[in-house]
Design a protein around this ligand. Sequence first.
Ligand SMILES: Nc1ncnc2c1ncn2[C@@H]1O[C@H](COP(=O)(O)OP(=O)(O)O)[C@@H](O)[C@H]1O
Ligand SMILES: [Mg+2]
Length: 258
Amino acid sequence: MSEVVLKVAGVSKRFGGLQALSDVGITITKGRVYGLIGPNGAGKTTFFNVITGLYTPDSGSFELGGAPYKPTAVHEVAKAGIARTFQNIRLFAEMTALENVMVGRHVRSQSGLVGAVFRTGSFKAEEKAIAERAQELLDYVGIGKYAEFKARTLSYGDQRRLEIARALATDPKLIALDEPAAGMNATEKVVLRELIDRIRNDGRTILLIEHDVKLVMGLCDRVTVLDYGKQIAEGTPGDVQKNEKVIEAYLGAGHKAH
Ligand SMILES: Nc1ncnc2c1ncn2[C@@H]1O[C@H](COP(=O)(O)OP(=O)(O)O)[C@@H](O)[C@H]1O
Ligand SMILES: [Mg+2]
């Protein structure tokens, strides 16, 4: 049997009169890319926000790596082993690419804040190791030569890859990517696809929100389709593509989904 990394069941979330999520559940096995798709406003980002502790759900149960976890606070979720990127890029704009990745790595560091304030010997040694690891990750996502550039000076495509490097820096059990291809041109998308493929082949587990159907169909092992907060289909990309409800949801949205 394949090892389950994330198991989420019965997630509901209401905003006033709007039922943003109704009884949504997914199970992701290790080393897979799991896709979360659906028209604009379907509840995809809300689902991410729930599992990463940004929104408190009205109901739901959560298991990560076989142990229950409560997504009550963002830093607790990071410690438990979920790292994410954002639909609207969230980087430290005035910090360098390298520093942005180092911030991600500090979640895992030993000497912590006290070491940082007093700049203890062990802190300095650890800081050097963190910088080296950060550079490796920048190389891994293909932007190593921009290590000393301020994040805001990078292209959108490179900023998105920087966010992925920062997420990887926490050494997560699960990496959740919210529309990583948004704002990318066709060439950048090909490179992104190769990167996500490589991350999976290196044994990581990925939850992917994406609108580019070609990207989803080519990359994902399994897919869940949301529409108005409801799970209307789950299965392999091939199965889901043929599902009547899915076709209707996308046609109903006039193919304007973003
Ligand atoms: N913080 C919030 N407050 C109120 N409504 C929200 C909030 N976040 C999301 N929503 C609403 O929930 C629905 C789902 O949004 P979202 O999860 O962003 O969709 P998607 O990512 O699939 O495009 C939308 O109708 C959106 O307006
Ligand atoms: Mg969204």
